[in-house]
Design a protein. Structure first.
Lengths: 424, 292
């Protein structure tokens, strides 16, 4: 035992807006002006001079310090933009910190995505080797684990088929199988479990749990899936605005995380480029009177309003909206998708629109729920926000019997009809 | 008095395997780490080969068709129509040697100069020594080059058998692996410098494609050094590729203008360039994910 990761006063700054001016000629112009002692010609009047860079600095992480002991499985939770991904990126050496340092004992493997570097033209076998090597395994290590990986992924008959012919389920299984067999002492895992079918997810969670309890492997696990965090991680860190707000037993951390409602609390667009694609500008929950809310009484209508903006010429003529609802600790409840129904086609250009989804008499039990939103145009997604909305369902007398359903069983309740027939 | 094990721990617990810091030392190039990832380098090479010619009819034959077609084109245009001198060598062999040699350098440069931009999504998800990508490009291009060079040697033998007097300089032939290394180094050096700069200045990408084309005309690929007036010679010799191309021709075809001093200049140029490139690349790889 001992400390295997020591994070000391770690900070990371990003500059908003462009880095530099993007073209060499412009930079030369700025440099030439500076040389003659003139002000930066590209700056607007009244704008402060930050060298030749415009835009503000934001601190994605600010003075974060913590340690992780060997064999610990630590959850990291926080809202979008709280610094979770930045922290993982620094730990996995994808980007360097601005200040502070991290000391690590043992080999780190990061799993920010499954199937990184998979090449569609290569066979399953070739991709196992390539992906394994990208993740830091040597050829000999992969040789040793090859059969185990193939068996875990359940793809034996297709091992010499190019992966472009795989179903998406097979693809993900293979990709995760490679990752699950990494020998690193420290494993960094981001949201990757969001993919794959439920059965396989469970197998992977099991594999990760097994790995950490038996071999003393240390795992840092970032997720919006609170059920997975509770199951896997005894303790968690709650990141907020780039600092650690709480480090405690996972159930307590999640309680705190869910305590603060998220209705329009965060500026969703701060971290996304504004020029690229249509993007979601707000997600809110409203009640029957149209007021913002974060609580829904059992059995009343669930109304989610998603507002999005489209840049010039990029409006969505056939907007697709996907909504996934998760229970705080019992997993995914279900998904709603406009792809399943026909939505009116919009031919005239427009800049912004609000899509409203009404689920009449939502049959959810009391508890905490989070919502993921996807916005897309045929055929692909243009924007997605995970865990962007949080709400609680509060108890109501849905059976009009004075005895509401038992909130400890499952996530939904039904309106059953009971009949009894005496046989004898 | 016995020393308790715990009194040793303070020192051993400071034995960290990895320290992540804002900027590592400029000269901390981590070549040892690259060596540990050698399997990855080879797998990248394999991937590039397998992927490039899957679903093509002729497959790897394209490696041979490309230089042949270029050589024929050059022979017709520069040889027959423009009648440029070829140092007394058969035009076909002269242009083929130039094409094969030049394309190795050009391909190394072109492909390595795209390292960061093309691999941004991969680099954004997982860490491995970024230098693995340009090094794998050098190796896969080396295999292509060797295949093309064997084809070239086949034509040399064919011309000799038909009675063309070709005099190989064996001492220089023995030197040719170093010449290949120098080309690889020059391609790599220019390539990684450009790839590091393209993370900031996208314009450079356009400059490269076109710059490499122009550079070919500043190198004795389609004409020999001997055909250039003496007052322009120093200008031509300042190009570090010039002595290499001429040395190759001198070695395998027996005609070329090159001195050991000029080769030494090229070699030193290559060493300095690779060093500067590695330092810049090393600096950029730590934070480029924030800019692309």
């Amino acid at each position: 035992m001992g400390t295997v990761i020591s994070v000391e006063h770690l900070s990371k700054a990003y500059r908003l807006g462009q880095i530099g001016t993007g073209t060499f000629a412009r930079d030369l112009e700025v440099w030439w002006a500076k040389l003659r002692g003139k002000p930066n010609p590209l700056l607007k009047i009244g704008q402060e001079d930050h060298g030749n860079r415009d835009g503000e600095i934001i601190w994605a992480l600010k003075d974060v310090s913590f340690t992780v002991e060997q064999g610990e499985v630590l959850g990291i939770i926080g809202r979008n933009g709280a610094g979770k991904s930045t922290l993982l990126k620094i730990l996995s050496r994808i980007t360097a910190p601005t200040e502070g340092r991290v000391k690590v004992k043992g080999r780190i493997a990061s799993l920010l995505e499954v199937g990184t570097g998979f090449h569609p033209e290569l066979t399953g076998r070739e991709n196992i080797y390539l992906n394994g090597a990208i993740l830091g395994m040597s050829r000999r290590e992969i040789d040793r684990k090859f059969d185990e990986i193939v068996a875990f992924a359940e793809i034996e008959p297709f091992i010499d088929t190019p992966v472009k012919r795989y179903s998406s389920g097979m693809y993900v299984r293979l990709a995760f199988a490679v990752a699950a067999h990494l020998d690193a002492e420290i494993l960094l895992v981001d949201e990757v479990l969001a993919v794959g079918d439920a059965e396989f997810q469970k197998k992977c969670l099991g594999k990760m749990g097994e790995v950490s309890s038996q071999e003393g492997r240390t795992v840092l696990f970032v997720s919006h899936n609170m059920a997975a965090v509770v199951n896997l991680c005894p303790t968690s860190i709650f990141l907020e605005n780039g600092t650690i707000k709480l480090r405690e037993q996972s159930s307590k951390v999640i309680e705190e995380y869910l305590r603060v409602p998220s209705v329009e609390k965060i500026d969703l667009n701060e971290y996304r480029p504004k020029w690229a694609l249509p993007y979601i500008t707000s997600v809110k929950l409203v009640n029957a009177r149209g007021e913002n809310t974060d609580t829904v009484p059992m059995g009343s209508d669930l109304i989610i309003k998603v507002k999005y903006s489209c840049p010039q010429g990029r409006h969505l003529s056939k907007p697709f909206l996907g909504i996934t609802i998760h229970h705080a600790s019992r997993g995914t409840v279900g998904g709603l998708n406009t792809r399943r129904v026909e939505l009116r086609r919009i031919d005239r250009p427009y800049h912004s629109a609000t899509l409203t989804c009404v689920v009449p008499h939502v049959p959810l039990l009391q508890g905490q729920y989070t919502v993921d939103i996807w916005l897309g145009d045929e055929p692909k997604d243009v924007d997605a926000l995970m865990g962007c909305l949080r709400f609680s369902v509060i108890e109501a007398d849905v059976y009009e019997s004075g005895r509401p359903p038992d909130p400890r069983i499952g996530v939904v309740y039904f309106h059953p009809r009971w009949e009894i027939e005496i046989e004898d | 008095m016995t020393i308790k094990p715990s009194s040793i721990t303070p020192q051993t617990s400071e034995n960290w395997d990895l320290i992540i810091q804002p900027q590592r030392n400029l000269l901390d190039l981590r070549l040892g780490e690259l060596w540990r990832y050698r399997d990855l380098v080879l797998l990248f090479v394999r991937r590039d080969f397998v992927a490039a010619y899957k679903q093509t009819i002729l497959g790897p034959l394209w490696y041979l068709i490309q230089p042949l077609l270029t050589t024929i084109t050059f022979t017709v245009i520069f040889g027959r129509i423009a009648s440029l001198p070829t140092d007394g060598l058969p035009q076909f062999l002269f242009y083929m040697s130039g094409t094969v040699i030049w394309s190795y350098f050009a391909e190394c440069l072109n492909k390595t100069s795209n390292t960061f931009v093309q691999n941004a999504s991969l680099f954004g998800k997982v860490y491995f020594p970024r230098m693995a990508v340009p090094v794998s490009i050098l190796i896969s291009n080396l295999i292509t080059f060797l295949m093309q060079f064997v084809l070239f040697l086949g034509f040399v033998v064919f011309f000799i058998l038909r009675g063309t007097p070709i005099h190989m300089n064996w001492a220089w032939v023995a030197l040719s692996p170093i010449l290949v290394l120098m080309m690889a180094g020059l391609g790599l050096g220019f390539g990684i410098i450009i790839s590091s700069l393209t993370t900031k200045y996208r314009d450079l990408r356009f400059l490269v494609q076109f710059g490499v084309q122009l550079l070919m005309y500043a190198t004795p690929v389609i004409y020999p050094v001997s055909s250039i007036p003496a007052r322009f010679q120093p200008l031509l010799q300042a190009n570090p590729m010039t002595p290499i191309v001429e040395a190759f021709r001198f070695a395998f075809l027996g005609a070329g203008t090159v001195s050991p001093g000029q080769l030494l200049y090229s070699f030193l140029f290559m060493v300095v360039l690779v060093f500067i490139g590695a330092v810049i690349f090393n600096r950029v790889e730590q934070t480029f994910m924030d800019t692309v």
